[in-house]
Design a protein around this ligand. Structure first.
Ligand code: 5AD
Ligand code: SF4
Length: 458
């Protein structure tokens, strides 16, 4: 069978990154190999994101680009998957007649048969059907990109929370968890293939196992992952503040491999807005959880998401948000301007905030946070951090890039370091989004870091 090439474009979150790898896993038996060159591909797959309006616009501008390619090479197959595919279905197919198939988030496992169908029937195929009970949530067996040290592992999908701004429950469905044995087996295989750090992912990882009835909830799963030999670091995302339990907070004290970083999206600092968002916690509850986290794991990095300009957000609400940002002192913050999404309740709220006001609030908050981000990064200058080497730096040739245990990106020059090594690196300079470091002399190194069981003998 002639070898064919597939080019996958991934937009959006970590789950889409994981899903694109799954697509590749499914395509390898069909004799497809991955190519970075879209112009050389026989199959182009676009894995889309619909979380915000901007993300969706990106999909349509990309489809404009591939339309030209399809005119020149009508034999190529173009497929659109992911959240926009799930959300738009036939509308998307109609709007972009040059695409061959639209496959929603639940149709991922059916990709091989959909491709066969396209080849046979030579007409547009749309599959936004639900996942059948017999179909697994994730494809088995790892496909590893060569030379990497970190991997995402999906542990659950979907969301039952229905925040009034969010499209996820509509495009990813209700919460479904993978069996613990399946997750553990996947991680063991990754470790055998050189992975040193896993990030357990799900739209709401704290809800892991709640419906399985197998007696393994998220803190329990973390404990079991922590026992996997050869694995050095565990991260997870995303965690809903409402469901951040005492036991999960304690896990940061108990588990030596659990990295001292949590992404805990707060979305607003105003109780009134939080209620209208249907977040299920108050500002005080959030602040108390942050305090507890810092008590059990001093120095833990805390990052968050924040939406400005949610419908009905008044000046006082925004001021409460600014105040919360000052009070917490996040390590970094992902800031978003509210945008309407199809079918979400907030789209029908009448008191929309004008774009200009959203813009102003966005800039104000960005400035407030930038100061904290810089301060947090500057505080690391002169310290020695244990860094997991991830690969060559994209921006700085001749440098390597990695992450500290707290998840800060650090670049450094080292001719001897290998991907997957954990090395002590001294921080020499701090920037807004990264650090610059020098490797500490190899040999025996005095190090007072946290990650038990790693020695720095060269
Ligand atoms: N508008 C703006 N931001 C949004 N997010 C989710 N939905 C919207 C929306 N409609 C943000 C939230 C979420 C992050 C992934 O995207 O902050 O945590
Ligand atoms: Fe985007 Fe959310 Fe879908 Fe992830 S789950 S791809 S963030 S819409």
């Amino acid at each position: 069978m002639k070898q064919k090439r597939v080019h996958i474009v991934t937009m959006g979150c970590q789950m889409n990154v994981y899903d694109s790898e799954q697509m590749l896993r499914l395509l390898v038996p069909l004799n497809y190999r991955s190519t970075l060159r879209m112009d050389k591909a026989d199959l182009i797959l676009l894995n889309t994101c619909s979380i915000r309006e901007k993300a969706e616009h990106k999909v349509y501008s990309f489809l404009g680009r591939v339309a030209r390619m399809k005119r020149l090479r009508p034999d190529i197959i173009i497929g659109v998957g992911g959240c926009v595919a799930q959300q738009e279905g036939y509308r998307l197919a109609e709007r972009a007649p040059h695409i061959d198939m639209v496959f929603g988030t639940f149709a991922l496992g059916r990709l091989p048969s959909l491709i066969e169908q396209v080849k046979r029937q030579k007409r547009q195929i749309v599959d936004t059907n639900a996942r059948a009970a017999s179909e697994p949530l994730c494809v088995k067996g790892p496909v590893l990109k060569a030379e990497r040290a970190t991997a995402f592992v999906t542990i659950m999908q979907g969301c039952d929370n229905f925040c009034t701004y969010c499209v996820v429950p509509y495009v990813r469905g209700r919460e479904v968890s993978r069996k613990p044995e399946e997750v553990l087996e996947e991680i063991r295989l990754l470790v055998e293939n050189g992975i040193r750090e896993v990030t357990l992912i799900g739209q709401n990882v704290n809800a892991y196992g709640q419906k399985n009835g197998q007696g393994c909830d998220f803190p329990e799963l973390l404990g079991r992952v922590n026992e996997i030999k050869g694995l050095n670091r565990i991260r997870f995302t995303t965690s809903h503040p409402k469901d951040l339990s005492e036991r999960l907070i304690e896990a940061f004290y108990r588990l030596d491999k659990l990295a001292p970083h949590i992404h805990l999206p707060v979305q607003s600092g105003s109780d009134r807005v939080l209620r209208r968002m249907n977040r299920g916690y108050s500002r005080d509850v959030y602040l108390r959880k942050v305090e507890n986290l810092r008590d059990v794991r001093p120095g833990i990095a805390i990052t968050s998401d924040m939406i400005v300009g949610f419908p009905g957000e008044e000046r006082v609400d925004f001021e409460a948000t600014v105040d919360l940002v000052r009070q917490v002192g996040f390590d970094s913050l992902f800031l978003f301007k509210y945008s309407d999404r199809p079918n979400v309740p907030a789209a029908k709220f009448s008191d929309k905030v004008p774009e200009a006001v959203k813009g102003e609030r966005f800039s104000t908050l960005l400035e407030v946070q930038s100061e904290f981000t810089r301060k947090k990064n500057r505080a690391l200058v002169g310290t020695t951090q244990e860094v997991l080497v991830e690969g060559p730096s994209k921006k700085l040739p001749n440098q390597l890039t990695g992450r500290t245990y707290c998840n800060k990106v650090i670049n450094f020059a080292d001719d001897m370091a290998r991907i997957g090594q954990i090395l002590p690196v001294r921080v020499v300079e701090a920037f807004s989004h990264s650090l610059l470091g020098h490797p500490v002399d190899k040999g025996y190194v005095e190090y007072s870091g946290e990650n038990g069981g790693i020695s720095y003998a060269a």
